[in-house]
Design a protein around this ligand. Structure first.
Ligand SMILES: *[C@@H]1O[C@H](CO)[C@@H](O)[C@H](O)[C@H]1NC(C)=O
Ligand SMILES: *[C@@H]1O[C@H](CO)[C@@H](O)[C@H](O)[C@H]1NC(C)=O
Ligand SMILES: *[C@@H]1O[C@H](CO)[C@@H](O)[C@H](O)[C@H]1NC(C)=O
Ligand SMILES: *[C@@H]1O[C@H](CO)[C@@H](O)[C@H](O)[C@H]1NC(C)=O
Ligand SMILES: *[C@@H]1O[C@H](CO)[C@@H](O)[C@H](O)[C@H]1NC(C)=O
Ligand SMILES: *[C@@H]1O[C@H](CO)[C@@H](O)[C@H](O)[C@H]1NC(C)=O
Ligand SMILES: CC(=O)N[C@H]1CO[C@H](CO)[C@@H](O)[C@@H]1O
Length: 692
């Protein structure tokens, strides 16, 4: 089915799609010309070293037929620094979750297009991303790597441009980790037991969007699904492959069988025996040919350039080129500025540079401790740990960012000593905290490492306090009532302090919206499953959809600007709509009613289903962004929601249905700040639109 959003319809339509016809014939001819051993070589990686001129994943070339090698590299924050020599040669970008917080598909495109240039310079032709898993578990160790945040509609809206940005430059994209890889605890052994409806309506959604956007590949995950390893799970792999025009590769070490016939085309990194020639000899030749075709289609249409050969030939590209640039430094800062959340502001920010500012807490100048990071799964306050990590050679710390932004009356107390911080003779305090996270383990707490310090500073200071948090995802903010302002940046990479200073100084008006809920307690979130069998008992009630009746610290979709916006209808949807209509449309006018500040707003469209649909009470369906609006200026935003947005999955019918009845449509500044409301009926008459 086509998921069309106000913002991303163009993305899906213009994504690099593989052409049919002659091209398919050419591929068939090439497959026909390959020897069996050559075919096998396309289905099994040869190394995972990441050193000696090899990439994180490598498939060897077949030069006789012009087939290039496949040179794969992670992903979460740019070109993975899998070797110490790469540090400083590549940009350490904001993490995918910070990109998600922009709610801006053009930012996703700009990031992808620039990051792709670095992959090209480094000789790679495949990125092991985007990470798309919906945050089911707030403590999830890899949440920072996931573009969906808590809502698949957000990931689906951004992924098309992410994929297009890379693939236009000849870098194949890999949607991961498919499927239900929602925690790191027991990640190689737990079995996710989710209902077909939760899979269809929640977890599958961003992967479906990636496949429709032409993603070259998808990566099956470590976990089991219903007791069967994800990479051998014929049911889930086949479902994906009805949409994917490329191939499925395993996560590194996630292959547990020679599962070509179940839908696993390629075993990575290939150092186990499951896809050895001996094993593949037992697979039917048609299945081998289909798998080889799945690989060659995107490879030869998207990444036909031969480039360097893995091994000594690629060592120069990999280790002796500088792929970063001052342009990329500036772009990383711009993306992070637009992805940095202002959660609270009691008319304190932006700060006048002439104020006496006290900057306190160890995180204000946290070291970019590179050397002990190279070979571990650990992250720091700037980067996620594990395969998504891109260690920066230099980080702009918060202190450096403020100095550079012109705060000359800065006094610092760069420790977590409360009395030292409180004794500064200043006008305002900026208190910093952070938390770390990485692959292979879930976080054990949602608290910041310096929570106690921040709580005491906010509570005991007689001055207004700005809290700045460097976060891996959702965090607790127990100081929220006492703090005058709160800024949260998800792992920001090299530009961390520069982006934060842009918000504090007012060089930029904040515009990020939160892709996660900030809960009041970890017990309001789904905890990592400790058993090996993990029922998804909450079913559709994931993230904010589970918390609708509960108080939270800050809701999904929340994020302040320095400006203030008025919302008005310019036109409402029809009061009654046939289920067979193509779409529902309306227009919204946003006015910046602030007297001084310019700003950007992201109006979000939520709907409530009729009770018979049995859906969570409020659900994001679309969103849009205004341009930068000066005071007293308005923007007219047109929304056109495809009727497919209203479909729900009926397990009894094993298909999508549109429930007739009364719907509520809201346009809001967050999931709990709903400014406009309109009800409409969906009439049962007319054929239900078909799902592709
Ligand atoms: C591939 O096979 C076709 C026949 O299907 C033949 O005409 C062509 O020369 C072969 N090409 C190569 C490179 O072997
Ligand atoms: C891959 O390419 C290199 C360099 O062109 C060549 O020496 C090598 O034989 C090729 N490998 C295969 C299997 O064709
Ligand atoms: C898991 O098993 C249940 C019960 O057999 C089935 O209804 C469901 O479709 C399965 N889910 C997946 C994702 O395969
Ligand atoms: C790469 O280029 C950037 C921008 O010119 C520069 O700042 C950086 O130091 C260079 N890196 C290395 C390792 O030379
Ligand atoms: C969360 O729930 C557990 C189990 O009921 C309890 O032991 C723990 O104290 C609770 N934690 C918080 C922060 O409320
Ligand atoms: C805003 O625009 C209205 C209508 O154009 C005008 O009357 C009013 O003076 C403007 N207000 C400000 C603060 O510029
Ligand atoms: C959470 C906390 O420490 N709260 C304290 C804040 O300060 C007041 C007095 O200034 C105390 O009464 C609170 O207990």
């Amino acid at each position: 089915m086509l998921w069309v959003y106000a913002l991303c319809a163009c993305a899906i339509q213009s994504a690099a799609l593989i052409e049919a016809g002659d091209f398919a014939k050419n591929i068939a001819a090439i497959v026909g010309n390959l020897t069996l051993q050559e075919k096998y070589s396309l289905l099994q990686g040869v190394s995972s070293s990441g050193a000696d001129g090899y990439y994180v994943g490598t498939i060897l070339n077949i030069s006789r037929l012009g087939i290039p090698s496949i040179k794969m590299q992670d992903a979460g924050q740019g070109f993975r620094t899998s070797d110490a020599r790469l540090v400083g040669q590549v940009t350490s970008w904001p993490c995918a979750l910070a990109l998600a917080a922009t709610w801006d598909s053009s930012m996703a495109y700009e990031f992808a297009s620039a990051a792709a240039d670095e992959f090209v310079i480094k000789g790679a032709n495949m990125v092991l991303g985007p990470g798309l898993n919906v945050h089911r578990v707030a403590l999830g160790g890899r949440n920072a790597e996931y573009l969906s945040g808590e809502d698949p509609v957000l990931g689906a809206a951004l992924v098309g441009e992410w994929v297009r940005g890379f693939q236009e430059k000849g870098i194949l994209a890999t949607a991961k980790h498919y499927l239900l890889n929602n925690q790191e605890t027991n990640r190689v052994s737990y079995s996710a037991q989710a209902s077909p409806r939760a899979v269809a309506e929640v977890y599958m959604v961003p992967f479906r969007a990636a496949a429709l956007a032409g993603s070259a590949a998808a990566m099956c995950s470590y976990n089991k699904i219903n007791g069967t390893y994800s990479c051998s799970n014929a049911a889930t792999l086949r479902e994906l492959k009805t949409l994917l025009r490329g191939w499925v590769m395993s996560d590194w070490g996630a292959t547990h069988a020679t599962a070509v016939e179940q839908g696993l085309d390629q075993d990575m990194p290939g150092t186990d025996d499951w896809y050895s020639p001996n094993q593949l000899n037992s697979v039917h030749g048609d299945a081998i040919d289909a798998a080889v075709t799945n690989v060659l289609g995107p490879l030869l249409s998207i990444a036909p350039t031969v480039g360097c050969q893995p091994g000594p030939d690629c060592a120069h590209d990999l280790f002796e080129t500088n792929a970063t640039s001052t342009e990329h430094d500036a772009l990383a800062e711009r993306i992070l500025t637009q992805g940095t959340l202002l959660l609270k502001n009691d008319a304190l920010l932006p700060l006048d540079r002439s104020l006496k500012v006290g900057l306190v807490g160890s995180v204000s100048d946290a070291p970019n401790n590179v050397t002990d990071l190279i070979s571990t799964m650990r992250g720091n306050y700037y980067v996620v740990g594990g395969s998504g990590r891109v260690v920066p050679a230099r980080v702009v710390t918060i202190l450096e960012g403020l100095v550079h932004a012109g705060f000359d009356n800065l006094q610092i107390s760069p420790t977590d000593d409360v009395s030292a911080a409180l004794s500064l003779d200043v006008d305002v305090l900026i208190a910093c905290g952070g938390a770390t996270s990485g692959e292979g383990a879930d976080r054990t707490t949602l608290s910041l490492d310096q929570e106690d310090f921040l709580v005491r500073i906010s509570n005991q200071s007689t001055l207004p306090v700005v809290i700045v948090a460097l976060a891996p995802g959702a965090i607790l903010l127990p100081f929220k009532d006492d703090a005058a302002a709160i800024i949260v940046s998800f792992f920001g990479g090299q530009a961390t302090g520069a982006a934060i200073a842009n918000i504090i100084s007012g060089a930029a008006s904040p515009s990020a919206k939160s892709p996660v809920t900030f809960p009041l307690s970890v017990n309001d979130t789904i905890l990592p499953c400790r058993d090996l069998s993990c029922p998804y008992a909450e079913d559709l009630y994931v993230g904010y959809k589970a918390l609708h009746a509960k108080p939270v610290a800050f809701p999904f979709g929340h994020g302040l600007s320095f400006a203030t916006f008025g919302y008005n209808w310019a036109s409402t949807p029809d009061a009654s709509i046939l289920a067979s209509s193509p779409s529902l449309s309306f227009d919204v006018v946003l006015t910046n009613v602030h007297a001084v500040y310019s700003g950007v707003e992201t109006p979000q469209v939520y709907i409530t289903y009729p009770p018979e649909a049995n859906e969570p009470s409020i659900q994001l369906k679309a969103f849009s962004k205004t341009p930068l609006l000066p005071p007293n200026r308005t923007a007219l935003l047109h929304f056109e929601l495809d009727m497919s947005s209203f479909r729900i999955y009926s397990p009894s019918a094993s298909s999508w249905i549109v429930v007739a009845g009364l719907y509520d449509l809201y346009v809001g500044a967050s999931s709990r700040d709903l400014r406009l409301h309109h009800s409409f009926y969906i009439e049962p008459r007319g054929a239900v639109p078909k799902v592709s």
